[in-house]
Design a protein around this ligand. Structure first.
Ligand SMILES: Nc1ncnc2c1ncn2[C@@H]1O[C@H](COP(=O)(O)OP(=O)(O)O)[C@@H](O)[C@H]1O
Ligand SMILES: [Mg+2]
Length: 247
């Protein structure tokens, strides 16, 4: 499977309440790349991600994506069904999309293996740690074999050590599966570690202040985070966040 390219042209969003959430956004996502979006709280990051997902309409402009790709969404809250076992949660989205059990069962099993949850198929969500619940949420999305995976602060609620490990695992999954990834995060280090490019947004109404290329080759060693080159990149992103106007 290969990732999908997405084109945003003159996209803005004003909600019915009159609130202008997004200014004008122009951006092209390249097939198979991993991009992060950083910006202050309330600047329209989630709104932008929902537009890319096709979940909400734009007020101006358009978002073009291939019609035939699966899009999967992962939220900060793992949003699991507590009465379903791990494997039944992993099967959920495929079941809702009308796949047959003989198709969705092996796919869910494969996705659970990929996120390191093999052996926990019959457990229930309340028996899992926060990190494991997020792995399950990822497995549920990956089982769809998405061409486009959208992640809205999925690691914001896990502790720092687990967060580093999940970042490394997420990066490995992306390198293996080849989807186009878009991650919203508050964490500048996370954005730089995972991404080909980091989009820096202004306060609301959100516009793109800068797009920063991250030149490190994949796979990236965990130790990359401790290098001066890495610190320079995170410094560039932080400086861009403080700007008032596009570079
Ligand atoms: N459905 C909605 N109707 C009206 N306002 C909304 C709606 N969804 C979000 N907003 C507002 O739009 C702004 C941007 O929200 P959001 O995209 O969630 O920001 P972020 O994810 O960057 O924190 C916020 O002020 C939020 O309250
Ligand atoms: Mg948000």
């Amino acid at each position: 499977m290969s990732g999908a390219a997405v084109e945003l042209k003159g996209v803005s969003k004003r909600f019915d309440s009159g609130l202008q959430a997004l200014g004008q956004v122009d951006f092209d996502l390249r097939a198979g790349e991993f991009v992060s979006i950083v910006g202050p709280s309330g600047c329209g990051k989630s709104t932008l991600l929902r537009i890319v997902a096709g979940l909400i309409a734009t007020s101006t402009g358009e978002c073009r994506r291939p019609a035939d790709i699966e899009t999967a969404f992962v939220f900060q809250e793992a949003a699991l069904l507590p009465w379903r076992t791990v494997e039944r949660n992993a099967q959920l989205l495929m079941e809702l999309e009308g796949y047959k059990p003989e198709d969705y069962q092996p796919r869910a099993a494969e996705a659970l293996k990929l996120v390191g949850l093999a052996g926990f198929e019959k457990s229930y969500p309340h028996q899992l740690s926060g990190g494991m619940r997020m792995r399950l949420s990822l497995a549920r999305a990956l089982a769809l074999r998405p061409g486009l995976l959208l992640l809205d602060e999925p690691l914001a609620a896990v502790d720092e050590l687990t967060r580093d490990i999940l970042q490394e695992e997420l990066s490995a999954m992306w390198q293996q599966a080849g989807f186009t990834g878009v991650l919203v995060t508050h964490n500048v280090h996370e954005a730089v570690y995972l991404s080909d490019r980091v989009i820096v947004m202004s306060p609301r109404p959100g516009r793109i202040l800068d797009v920063i290329d991250v030149p490190f080759a994949f796979p990236r060693a965990p130790e990359l985070r401790a290098t001066p080159e890495f610190a320079r990149l995170t410094g560039d992103v932080t400086a861009a966040l403080r700007r008032k106007q596009p570079a």
